[in-house]
Design a protein around this ligand. Structure first.
Ligand code: NAD
Length: 360
């Protein structure tokens, strides 16, 4: 039986890189039926909506999606399609592995870190009140009645919410992931020394959940110290779990440690569905030129194979990608040591090289 997968080609370089991932996944010999759906600018032009209901319905029904990057139109009151999608499907866990591939230019070597980011709450949930507006004044009035520390009347307000339920769910996800993937250590990242009630709650729940997994080591780090530690001794860390905003920032840091956006995959996972996507955006300046790096999208496909327990195929694709990158002569310009565009492979040529390795 073929796996039914929603495929969102995406905007900008999206169709090229998701097309590459589709070709490579099909080349594994596993049967996929791709339910192609438009979102983002493509959907806005065709259907007048950046996130048509049909997209959500398709992912709900298939339970799995491979998604190209989407352009969020600036202005016009458009919501971020990515955030809307995560909320609509309650994809509460954002999983971002950062692993060194030999041949990718990077300051760090031998990095193998997993960032698990809570996706639903924290400052990132977007509950905000604009400076000088009536709702902001009302909130400030409440705060000044309740809090010993007054808030200036001219303040803009962002609300940070952390719940025990969502904290428990994400920390359990991190420990489950560690247990299933032979990982030894989970580190909770927070700022509980300053945000005692929100991050303090996250940390307390993390410590409780750690008791449920005695075979996995647990520790915690304050987020600023975590950043410094990652620069100085990244080998001491393994799986990192944290609230939404720290996860947003730290996962770009770890992506930078392994060579940047071109090689950084991710998964958004919920109880009833999962969406696999590259971390990078639609890079409009590269669109339609057959020059975008397909690696991040292909590695997102590898994460989907692992999610489906198709471990052999996942290993085969990952090895094929690693070999092509290590050989270095059939890679896109961003992966070339000399950055020489005249000698770089096109997206199609790099994809062909990966498929050739699979067929060996
Ligand atoms: P971006 O990731 O699209 O591009 C930043 C730079 O990174 C590009 O100029 C390019 O040089 C490089 N780059 C990224 N991916 C590459 C690839 N596969 N191959 C080669 N080079 C690559 O970020 P941006 O310019 O800030 O955003 C462009 C659009 O993408 C925006 O509309 C933004 O909202 C959207 N976006 C979407 C997602 C998503 O769908 N998950 C994520 C981030 C940004």
């Amino acid at each position: 039986m073929a796996y039914q997968i929603t495929l969102i080609p995406g905007d900008g370089i999206g169709p090229e890189v998701s097309g590459a991932a589709r070709r490579i996944l099909d080349a594994t010999g596993i049967a996929f039926e791709w339910d192609v759906q438009d979102a983002g600018m493509t959907a806005l032009e065709k259907h007048g909506d950046v996130l048509p209901d049909a997209v959500i319905a398709s992912i709900r029904s298939n339970g799995l999606a491979l998604k190209g990057p989407l352009t969020t139109p600036i202005g016009g009151g458009f919501r971020s399609v990515n955030v809307a999608l995560r909320h609509a499907l309650e994809l509460y866990a954002n999983l971002r592995p950062a692993r060194t591939f030999t041949g990718v230019q990077s300051t760090f070597q031998d990095i193998d870190l997993i960032v698990v980011r809570e996706n639903m709450e924290d400052l990132y949930a977007g509950i905000e009140f604009e400076s000088g507006t009536e709702p902001a004044h009302e909130i400030i009035g409440h705060i000044n009645r309740l809090s010993a520390r007054p808030v200036s009347e001219s303040s803009a307000i962002s609300i940070k919410t952390i719940t025990p339920e969502n904290s428990r769910r994400i920390v359990r996800f991190a420990f489950d992931y560690a247990a299933r993937n032979g990982r030894k250590l989970v580190t909770a990242v927070h700022k509980a020394n300053i945000m005692k009630f929100t991050d303090g709650l996250f940390l307390k729940v993390a410590q409780e959940v750690a008791q449920e997994f005695p075979s996995i080591e647990f520790n915690d780090r304050i987020v600023d110290n975590m950043c410094m530690q990652l620069m100085q001794k990244p080998d001491l860390y393994d799986v990192l779990v944290m609230p939404n905003l720290y996860g947003d920032i730290l996962s770009d840091l770890t992506a930078g440690m392994v060579g940047g956006l071109g090689v950084a995959p991710s998964a958004n996972i919920g109880e009833r569905g999962a969406v696999f996507e590259a971390i990078h955006g639609s890079a409009p300046s590269h669109a339609g030129k057959n020059e975008a790096d397909p690696t991040a999208m292909v590695l997102s496909g590898v994460m989907m194979l692992r999610h489906l327990n198709e471990t052999q195929a996942a290993d085969a694709v990952e090895h094929a990608v690693a070999e092509v990158i290590a050989e270095g002569d059939r890679v896109t310009y961003d992966l070339r040591a000399d950055r020489d565009r005249s000698k770089a492979a096109t997206t199609t040529e790099m994809t062909d090289a990966i498929i050739a390795k699979l067929h060996r």
